[in-house]
Ligand binder design. Structure first.
Ligand SMILES: [Zn+2]
Length: 374
């Protein structure tokens, strides 16, 4: 009997038909590359008592000798959160990602006191040979810096994986989406495109991240007599950068609250992705030395996460920040589906303490990181 010709096989281990734990394995003959290895957060309603949800690695374990590496599209938890668990079950697999994604993974593994696998920092246009595959990394815009689409060539074709993306014509900083290169890859011919589809049902065009900066500037400038607290995702370095620039302009000190906000901002500054003067940022414990109207606190907890800085503040449990009527709290994110209850509880608790609360439906405080239909 004739031997079956080799063909491309794609195994979705997570992220299809769900938000979270993105992981895809791409196989041709005896070679496999993995795209992302994310986690997802459990919900009190569906998965009570569960700490974290990760993909099922059985397929990878069964084919481990074929795996050439893990390609990281970007450093969001739903794309890198499963890596420590994959490495502890399968041993060290080489990882390829942007400088920010690699730094975030390194931090994660250090915290868990794990060995470091070989990590390769890649940039726009880099091409890596991995077994039979040749992988090109193409910059895209998203709600985190250092995001890539992947053009994965194999004998007989090219698979194009968009990663998470939006088309932002006026990005705040960093690399723009490389539409010229994407068009060229398209013209050459793509056998299969895997497209991120979070906002596929939303009509119109995704708003630029810069728009949020305009709203935040108006909020900060119109509350000169109040302390400002802005909650957002720590990984949205561009948004943190916009807030810091406004604060430097109006002469407010900035303090970070929340473990991931402190850590990611530190990593981003070291990588040259976040810029501010040395005397702009103060330690959260030193805010008592400054007048409230001279302060802006950037905190985690925009999703109402139980252990986060903003939830602690709203519950009167934060060591450094006591919320009162001198505060304007801006929640610069939209509740991720499933988090609505926690977010509205948080907003209610902040109101009860006397704060002015600004959030999604009242202001343009959030833009999506995902492309709409246009
Ligand atoms: Zn993402």
């Amino acid at each position: 009997m004739a031997k079956q010709p080799k063909q491309l096989e794609v195994a979705f281990l997570g992220g299809v038909g769900e938000i979270g734990k993105n992981m895809t394995a791409i196989k041709f003959g005896d070679d496999i590359v993995i795209v992302d290895c994310g986690s997802t957060f459990p919900s009190v309603d569906d998965t009570p008592g569960i700490d974290l949800i990760i993909p099922d690695f059985a397929y990878i374990k069964a084919n481990l000798d074929k795996v050439k590496g893990i390609l990281i599209t970007h450093g969001h938890e739903d794309h890198i959160g499963g890596i420590p668990y994959l490495l502890s079950e399968c041993g060290n697999i080489p990882i390829y990602g942007s400088s920010l994604a690699v730094a975030l993974i390194r931090h994660k593994l250090t915290e868990k006191k794990m060995d470091m696998p070989k990590m390769h920092v890649v940039k726009n246009g880099d091409v890596k040979k991995m077994g039979v595959f040749s992988v090109e990394f193409v910059s895209v815009t998203h709600s985190i810096l250092g995001a890539f689409a992947l053009a994965i060539s194999y004998p007989g074709g090219t698979l194009f994986h968009t990663g998470d993306y939006k088309i932002d014509y006026t990005p705040v900083d960093g690399e723009s989406i490389d539409l010229t290169r994407i068009a060229a890859i398209g013209n050459k011919g793509v056998t299969l495109m895997l497209g991120e589809s979070t906002n596929v049902e939303k009509r119109g065009t995704t708003i630029s991240e810069k728009e949020v900066g305009v709203t935040l500037e108006r909020i900060i400038e119109s509350h000169t007599d109040k302390r400002i607290i802005i909650a957002t995702f720590a990984s949205n370095v561009n948004r943190v950068q916009q807030i810091i620039r406004i604060c430097e302009k109006v002469g407010r000190k900035v303090a970070f609250d929340g473990r991931s906000m402190v850590k990611i901002s530190e990593i981003a500054r070291e990588l040259g992705m976040l810029e501010y003067m040395d005397n702009t940022v103060i330690d959260i414990e030193d805010i008592k030395d400054f007048e409230p109207q001279k302060l802006c606190i950037i905190s985690t907890g925009s999703q109402g996460e139980p252990m986060s800085a903003l939830t602690r503040m709203a519950n009167g449990e934060d060591k450094s920040v006591v919320i009162g009527d001198q505060d304007v709290v801006a929640i610069s994110s939209q509740p991720i589906p499933g988090n609505e209850k926690a977010v509205y509880n948080l907003i209610n608790n902040l109101y009860r303490r006397g704060a002015t609360v600004l959030y999604g439906s009242l202001e343009q405080l959030q833009v999506t990181g995902h492309a709409c239909q246009d």
